[in-house]
Design a protein around this ligand. Structure first.
Ligand SMILES: C[S@@+](CC[C@H](N)C(=O)[O-])C[C@H]1O[C@@H](n2cnc3c(N)ncnc32)[C@H](O)[C@@H]1O
Length: 292
C-alpha cells in the first residue's frame, strides 16, 4: 500500500450556513459542505448531464441540489435502510399528508418515545416516524442503539431540532420536484450495475466510510458493508463521469492510484469540530481541480 498525498482542492468546504439546506433529514456524513464542488463539477461537464445516479442516498443533499438547481434533468436515488427509504417514499409520494403529520406533531419526550415503539409498515407512517427520530436522536443517527438528544440546543430538549415550518417548506420543494426524482429501495451497487453508463448519466457516490477498518460507517448506519474495491472497479468500467467522496484512508488512496483516478483533499470540520481530511475523487482532473 502506498501513502499518496493529494493536492488540496481549490474550492474550500462550504460553511453549511452558506448553502441552501434542502434535505429534511439531518444526516450523519451529510454532504452539504460539498455543494460548491458538486456545482463546479456538474457545470464543467459537456454536454450537460441528464441523469445523476446517487447509489448511497441518505439525506440526498447532492441529488436534491442537482435537480433543484437545474444542474441535471433527473436523479435516481437508492437507499437500503428501510426507515430512510420509507422517508423518501413518503416525501415523494405522500408529500401533503407528510406535511400535515409534521405540523400536527408535538415533540414531547413521551410522544417521541411512543412513536419510537411503533413499527409501522406503511410508507407514510414509517417515513414520518423515521423523520421524527432522525430529528430528535443525537446526531440524526437512526442505527440501533442511538440515543435521544438530551438537553438539545439552548436547553430546548427534543424540540431543539424540530422546526416544523422549515421541514414542511423543504418537503414542499421536494414534492414540487418529485416527478424528476426516482427513488429505489435497493442496494446501490445493483443500481450501479444496472444504470451506470446509461447515456447522459453521471454518478455521485458517498458510501459509508468503512475502508481500512474505520468505525464511523458502522456506528452511524444500519447498512454499512460496502465492497470498496468493487465499487471502484464498477465506476472504472461503467461510469464515464463520477464523483466519489471518502475519508483519507491509505486503502482508498491506493485504489485511486491503481485506477489512475484523480483526487483532491478537502479539509473540513466534523460534527465534533475536529479538522478532518476528505477526498473528492473523479475519473480525471475536472476544470475546477485544474486551477490548483
Ligand atoms: C455516507 S451516507 C450518505 C449521506 C448522503 N450523501 C447525504 O448527504 O446525506 C451513506 C448512506 O448509504 C446507505 N447505504 C449503505 N449501504 C448501502 C447500499 N448497499 N445500498 C444503498 N444504500 C446504502 C446508508 O444507509 C447511508 O444512508
Amino acid at each position: 500500500m502506498t501513502e499518496v498525498d493529494f493536492p488540496r482542492s481549490p474550492i474550500p468546504a462550504a460553511n453549511v450556513a452558506s448553502v441552501p439546506q434542502r434535505s429534511p433529514l439531518r444526516y450523519p456524513g451529510g454532504k452539504t459542505w460539498l455543494v460548491p464542488h458538486i456545482r463546479a463539477w456538474l457545470d464543467s461537464l459537456e454536454p450537460k448531464p441528464e441523469l445523476l445516479i446517487e447509489p448511497f442516498g441518505g439525506g440526498a443533499i447532492v441529488s436534491l441540489t442537482a435537480v433543484m438547481e437545474g444542474l441535471v434533468e433527473r436523479c435516481l436515488l437508492a437507499e437500503l435502510d428501510p426507515d430512510v427509504a420509507a422517508f423518501w417514499k413518503a416525501a415523494l409520494r405522500h408529500g401533503p399528508e407528510l406535511c400535515e403529520r409534521v405540523l400536527g406533531f408535538e415533540p414531547t419526550r413521551d410522544a417521541v418515545e411512543a412513536l419510537a415503539r411503533t413499527q409501522p409498515d406503511e410508507p407514510l407512517e414509517r417515513g414520518f416516524r423515521a423523520l421524527v427520530l432522525n430529528r430528535t436522536r443525537r446526531g440524526g443517527i437512526l442505527a440501533p442503539g442511538a440515543s435521544l438528544s438530551r438537553a438539545g440546543e439552548s436547553g430546548k430538549g427534543l424540540a431543539s431540532r424540530w422546526y416544523p415550518e422549515t421541514i414542511v417548506s423543504r418537503l414542499e420543494s421536494i414534492s414540487a420536484h418529485a416527478d424528476r426524482i426516482d427513488f429505489r429501495e435497493t442496494d446501490g451497487m445493483r443500481v450501479l450495475e444496472e444504470f451506470a453508463g446509461t447515456p447522459g448519466s453521471v454518478v455521485f457516490a458517498d458510501p459509508p466510510y468503512t475502508a481500512g477498518g474505520k468505525r464511523a460507517g458502522r456506528r452511524l448506519y444500519t447498512h454499512f458493508e460496502v465492497d470498496h474495491p468493487r465499487l471502484f472497479q464498477m465506476l472504472a468500467d461503467a461510469a464515464p463521469e463520477f464523483m466519489l467522496t471518502y475519508d483519507h484512508a491509505p486503502e482508498i488512496a491506493d485504489l485511486v492510484r491503481r485506477h489512475g483516478f484523480h483526487a483532491v483533499q478537502v479539509t473540513m470540520k466534523n460534527t465534533h469540530h475536529d479538522l478532518v481530511g476528505e477526498l473528492v475523487i473523479t475519473r480525471g482532473p475536472t476544470r475546477h481541480s485544474e486551477r490548483t
